[in-house]
Design a protein around this ligand. Structure first.
Ligand code: DAH
Length: 339
């Protein structure tokens, strides 16, 4: 019995010594100390041992068991330590590596300019509305006093979907759409994309943006128009900005004007920016034509109003001193990140 125990003990320790993985240790534990393990079966055969020898043999079995358990635990700790060290080595992080920057985009100059225009007019109580980019000829031209064969139609040659539907050449059709809804008074701006079959150059593009404005109420006069647009110019281009109205013709307003602002670069003395004149043309405007009011269901005897149209790109180019409109559409990140 003694030899048998010694053999089991030696065998077990040798196997533990040789094992290089935690799972193997477990197998050894089961093989020797488990319910059907070798040492356990020796313990079970104690009933064949003479009673007077039992304490001594029992002691020997316990010693063997303790020795095997102690070696198992030692080896388990050593293996675990080694595994942990390997893991740490594998997962080492180099904190000196440059971080991955997440590059967040930002607003396009057109968008920044639009937000500014909206802020100014919303501050004066205007509503921001939208109209369709694909528009009926009826709204784009007819209801704005531009009948078929009107010369103004030539100036705004555009892309026809069919004979009745066009890509809108201006945001002015939104005026007609809002007036037709019949809710008065009206105080709105309508920003949006417009289209003209223009060649691309530094100041032209077949697709650009406008902001339309419309006010309809009782007793609206040209002084309301002037006061409103002068205030807009001051907010947009600076406190000292002066405005000048030059007579012009638009079919849907009477009288009509173009508004210039004093050059905010030279203050009006004349520079490269304003081409020496001291003034920069900024928008078209006028008193809504009585015939337009009538066509849109508003009684021109009781109501009057003014309207204006600003080119959004023009504002962005001026405000950020960009000298070529094409830059706004090329989406060169090096250009766009400057604003
Ligand atoms: N729609 C005109 C254009 O594209 C701009 C304009 C002028 C709009 C006068 C208006 C206005 O509302 O009253 O040239």
């Amino acid at each position: 019995m003694k030899e048998q125990l010694e053999r089991i003990r030696e065998e077990a320790l040798k196997q533990i010594e040789a094992s290089d993985a935690l799972e193997k240790l477990n197998e050894i534990r089961v093989a020797y100390l488990g319910k059907k393990g070798e040492l356990t079966s020796v313990l079970k055969s104690m009933k064949n041992v003479a009673p007077e020898d039992r304490p001594r043999v029992g002691q020997m079995v316990n010693d063997a068991r303790a020795a095997i358990e102690a070696r198992l635990e030692e080896t388990r700790l050593a293996l675990a330590r080694r595994a942990r060290q390997e893991q740490l080595k594998r997962e080492v992080i180099d904190v000196t590596l440059p971080a991955k920057k997440s590059r967040v985009g930002h607003s396009h100059p057109n968008t920044i300019a639009l937000k500014e225009v909206e802020r100014i007019f919303v501050g004066m109580g205007y509503e921001v509305v939208e109209g369709p980019e694909i528009e009926y000829d009826l709204y784009n031209f007819e209801k704005l006093n531009i009948p078929a064969n009107h010369p103004a139609k030539d100036e705004q040659d555009t892309f026809y979907i069919n004979k009745d539907i066009v890509l809108r050449t201006q945001t002015s059709p939104v005026q007609a759409r809002v007036m037709e809804q019949g809710k008065l008074p009206i105080r709105m701006i309508a920003p949006g994309r417009v289209f003209r079959s223009d060649e691309v150059d530094a100041t032209h593009s077949p697709s650009f943006h406008q902001v339309e404005g419309l006010v309809i109420d009782k007793c609206i006069t040209f002084s309301d128009l002037k006061g409103t647009l002068a205030e807009f110019a001051r907010e947009m281009f600076g406190e000292d900005t002066r405005v000048k109205f030059r007579p012009h013709h638009f079919p849907f307003t009477e009288p009509s004007a173009e508004m210039d602002v004093s050059c905010f670069k030279c203050g009006g003395k004349g520079c490269r920016f304003c081409k020496g004149s001291g003034w920069i043309e900024i928008l078209g405007c006028g008193m809504v034509h009585p015939h337009v009011l009538e066509m849109c269901g508003i009684d021109p005897e009781s109501y009057s109003g003014f309207a204006f149209g600003v080119g959004l790109e023009r504002i962005a180019l001026l405000k950020y001193e960009i000298d070529d409109m094409r830059l706004l559409y090329e989406n060169d990140i090096r250009f766009l990140t400057q604003f």
